[in-house]
Ligand binder design. Structure first.
Ligand code: XMP
Length: 530
């Protein structure tokens, strides 16, 4: 496998993605943990990422020397290149020419890095984003590519198989970047394309077993089958479902799933989840009917943050109560909490000031629970992107209709019902949302859209239906495209589609007499209304 050392670049995850697209398994380690990660993973190739620091600053991060002494190939990108040059005896200067955006790279020396992609004399588009630059090469290095502002744009020590590039070859703006990465992995490091979802599945299952294994079971004799018990909250979404099926495969009934029906689910959702887990996969599932608890607590609450916090607090209370019930069978209380956290949810802001090494913001439904209950987190999907999680779900045999589902937020319909939530409004929203999604499916658009839903606005408008006057709610339709939910564009439906959906909703859903379409992108809007 390959190891990517993260020096805090915004695009480190793209490096990992390119490596995996080339069929090579890789892991990412933040630079503070590089030493341990390197010793533990014993990679066949290392990639050093870019980063926001300057190697000329005192105390800026460095790569462990062990990496350069191990006789394995190293590819160093941007900050990585400067650090490679500096650590091996070259020189880096704080840049007089900051260079951002597209640049032309001229190939000056043939190299296995360019083999079959770029020939000497060719000029190719690359993406630059740097302030500093290398000004003297370490011994053994030669320039293999240059650009107007970066005479050392690509450097190599072919003997030691060390490569440095000033440009970002992991981004789409360097069109040939993926092929260069593939050359580095296959031609230079000799790695095979054998990373598949099937391989990830068994690798991840082993890692889960290792994490939750109890070692000498005599110490905790009451536990199931030598594994610590894991509690997994299911949200009805793809991520937690895939995590649960994977963990179940690894540790069997040491896993218990908890699915909380907070009364804020979409139509038919609870039934789907229960049947998928309990009936099809035979996974221990506690289906908690907590509608009264949540809806009573939300009565009269209008402020979105108060809604979210109320729901979060109740989730924790329900989980705590469930954990106690799980322990009643005498096999001990769960010590681990499983979550379907994905790579984009993991915002790793690298700390340069010696504080906690990595600050992680996880977007999850049961925030606060692990600390409160002293549970360790099991997050087997932390390294994956959404589309990879979907592929893993298919690999695990989850039905296509489930795997392709749109994301759904933990606070559910509460944040799609601006203002105070009532049972009546939720009922209207559920029906309208179901009609909207039915139309989207019929039009064959479901898979093109990242997320589509309806929001019931706290506004009534006057209408005319038959011979009578109506005074009912306004429903807003939302549909966006996105790759990770961080940014999004509204989906450009045909007007005829919108007209059809609006007609059906007003005809079929009592309580709605007007439908509007939300054409705000993110930013400045968010995907959800609250
Ligand atoms: P926003 O509204 O912030 O949403 O643009 C981005 C993505 O995150 C989902 N979302 C949540 N998911 N718990 C979740 O599990 C939450 O509290 C939550 N809030 C928003 C949202 O549906 C979208 O996909």
């Amino acid at each position: 496998k390959a190891l990517v050392i993260d020096f805090g670049s915004q695009v480190t995850q793209l490096i990992a993605r390119r490596v995996r697209e080339a069929g090579v398994y890789c892991e990412i380690a933040p630079f503070q943990k590089a030493e341990e990660a390197f010793a533990e993973t014993r990679p066949k190739a290392v990639i050093l990422s870019g980063g926001p620091c300057s190697v000329t600053d005192e105390g800026s991060p460095r790569a462990p020397q062990a990496i350069f002494d191990a006789g394995i190939p190293v590819l160093a990108i941007c900050y990585g290149e400067q650090l490679l040059a500096e650590q091996l005896g070259g020189k880096v200067e704080a840049g007089h020419h900051r260079e951002f955006g597209r640049a032309d790279l001229e190939v000056v020396t043939p190299s296995p890095l360019f083999e079959g992609v770029w020939a000497v004399g060719g000029r190719h588009q690359v993406w630059m984003s740097h302030g500093d630059r290398v000004t003297r090469l370490p011994d053994g290095f030669a320039i293999i590519g240059k650009s107007e502002n970066a005479p050392f744009a690509a450097i190599a020590d072919e003997k030691r198989r060390f490569y440095g590039v000033q440009f970002h070859l992991e981004v789409a703006h360097t069109p040939d970047g993926a092929r260069l990465i593939s050359n580095f992995l296959h031609k230079i490091a000799g790695l095979k394309s054998d990373w598949t979802m099937a391989a990830f599945r068994s690798e991840a299952a082993r890692a889960i077993q290792k994490q939750v294994g109890l070692g000498r079971s005599a110490e905790r004799p009451s536990q199931a089958a030598g594994y610590g018990r894991v509690l997994c909250g299911l949200s009805g979404g793809v991520d937690s479902a895939v995590a649960a099926v994977l963990i179940h495969e690894a540790i069997g009934d040491a896993l218990t799933c908890v699915f909380v029906d907070h009364g804020l689910l979409r139509q038919g959702e609870a039934e789907e989840v229960v049947s998928l887990f309990r009936d099809h996969n035979n996974i221990p599932l506690r289906h908690v009917q907590a509608q009264e608890l949540f809806l009573t607590a939300l009565e009269g609450v209008e402020d979105p943050e108060v809604k979210r916090k109320t729901i979060g607090r109740l989730f924790i209370e329900v989980f705590e109560a469930e954990a106690k019930k799980i322990a009643e069978d005498g096999r001990g209380a769960p010590q681990f909490l499983a979550q379907g956290t994905l790579y984009p949810d993991v915002i790793e802001s690298v700390s340069f000031t010696g504080g906690p090494s990595v600050t992680i913001k996880s977007h999850h439904n049961v925030g606060g629970l692990p600390e409160r209950m002293n549970m360790a987190l099991v997050e087997p999907l932390r390294e994956l992107f959404k589309d990879e999680v979907r592929a893993l779900g298919r690999e695990l045999g989850l039905p296509e209709a489930f795997v392709g589902r749109h994301p759904f937020p933990g606070p559910g319909l509460a944040i799609r019902c601006p203002g105070a939530v009532t049972r009546e409004k939720l009922e209207i929203l559920r029906k309208a949302d179901a009609v909207y999604l039915d139309e989207i499916r019929k039009a064959g658009l479901y898979d093109e859209i990242w997320q589509a839903f309806a929001a019931l606005l706290p506004v009534r408008s006057v209408g005319v239906m038959g011979d009578g006057r109506s005074y009912d709610y306004v429903l807003a339709l939302r549909a966006v495209t996105s790759t990770d939910g961080m940014t999004a564009d509204f989906y450009p439906f045909d007007m005829s589609f919108l007209g059809r959906a609006a007609t059906r909703i007003v005809n079929e859903v009592k309580g709605v007499n007007r439908v509007v379409y939300d054409v705000t992108s993110k930013p400045p809007g968010t995907i959800e209304w609250e």
